[in-house]
Design a protein around this ligand. Structure first.
Ligand SMILES: O=C(O)CCC(=O)C(=O)O
Length: 276
């Protein structure tokens, strides 16, 4: 088996895989400079857990969204024409709370919500090396497919209460017996199924820890119409003042849908069924 086939099996079985050394050092430096500028300009929306902003905040993110080495990796996994909908810059301040367990899939009502192939994946690029000490990613392998006890307790996985980390004693913030840490080196990319339960450790270090999360649909053409409509609806608008070249590159990756199917909306709850 070649590396990409192994990574595809991991994505399908565990819900995530890791590609090392995908970004160059100059690209990492540019991303760090832009993120530092955004933080200084005070335009990120802060919570106890992190500060967050859309990746449309700066045209440099067009370079990351269309980063060709990643498309080569996706293509070798059989994903020839992925689409891109939205992205976020997530900065964890020094001494900040853990990020709660959640998934990022919104179409659980769909009859194909439990398909083997992911309908949507995140690409997470960390701008620093990560470890348990500075808030690395944590995942529950297999939770994109199999029922997990957390599904019965987390309710709306994106509620304001969770974002504000008001009650860190609740299960959504707990250390789970089946969780796995995903420490990375800056420049790696984690590819994960949006249905998988994931979280992040507290940042106990004295440095900021930033991740840029980009949402792709690896095989958009094969998606059910209502899911397509949903993806088009959540696609972030490209700012009018972006340079034409940057805007064109991102626009070329946007999904399109000309049918009449109704988007699912943000129906965040996964069915609490022990059978899947
Ligand atoms: O902050 C992190 O490490 C994870 C971010 C995350 O869970 C997300 O973007 O959905």
């Amino acid at each position: 088996m070649n590396t990409e086939t192994i990574q595809l099996s991991r994505l399908i079985d565990d819900g995530y895989c890791l590609f090392e050394n995908v970004l160059t050092q100059p690209m990492l430096s540019r991303l760090r400079d832009v993120v530092a500028g955004l933080r200084e300009s005070d335009t990120l929306v802060a919570s106890k857990v992190h500060e967050m902003r859309s990746a449309m905040a700066h045209p440099l993110f067009a370079d990351l969204i269309s980063w060709s080495p990643v498309f080569d990796r996706l293509s070798s996994m059989g994903f020839e024409n992925p689409t891109f909908t939205d992205g976020y810059i997530i900065c964890k301040p020094p001494q900040s709370a853990p990020l709660f367990w959640h998934y990022d899939w919104f179409c659980w009502q769909d009859s194909r919500a439990h398909d083997v192939m992911p309908q949507q994946v995140f690409l997470m690029y960390y701008l620093t090396d990560t470890s348990v000490a500075n808030g690395c990613l944590r995942v529950i392998p297999g939770s994109h497919q199999r029922h997990n006890v957390l599904h019965e307790h987390i309710g709306n996985p994106h509620s304001q209460k969770l974002s504000r980390a008001e009650d860190v004693d609740q299960l959504a913030f707990s250390i789970r017996p089946d969780e796995v840490d995903v420490p990375v080196r800056a420049g790696d990319v984690v590819v994960g199924d949006s249905r998988m339960l994931h979280a992040a450790h507290a940042n106990k270090s004295s440095e900021w820890r930033t991740v840029i999360t980009l949402w792709f649909q690896p095989d958009y053409a094969s998606l059910p119409d209502r899911v397509k409509a949903q993806m088009v609806q959540k696609t972030q608008e490209i700012p009018a003042d972006w340079p034409v070249a940057a805007a064109t590159r991102v626009k070329a990756l946007h999904p399109t849908y000309a049918g009449n199917a109704k988007p699912y909306g943000r129906d965040l709850y996964r069915k609490n069924s022990a059978t899947n």
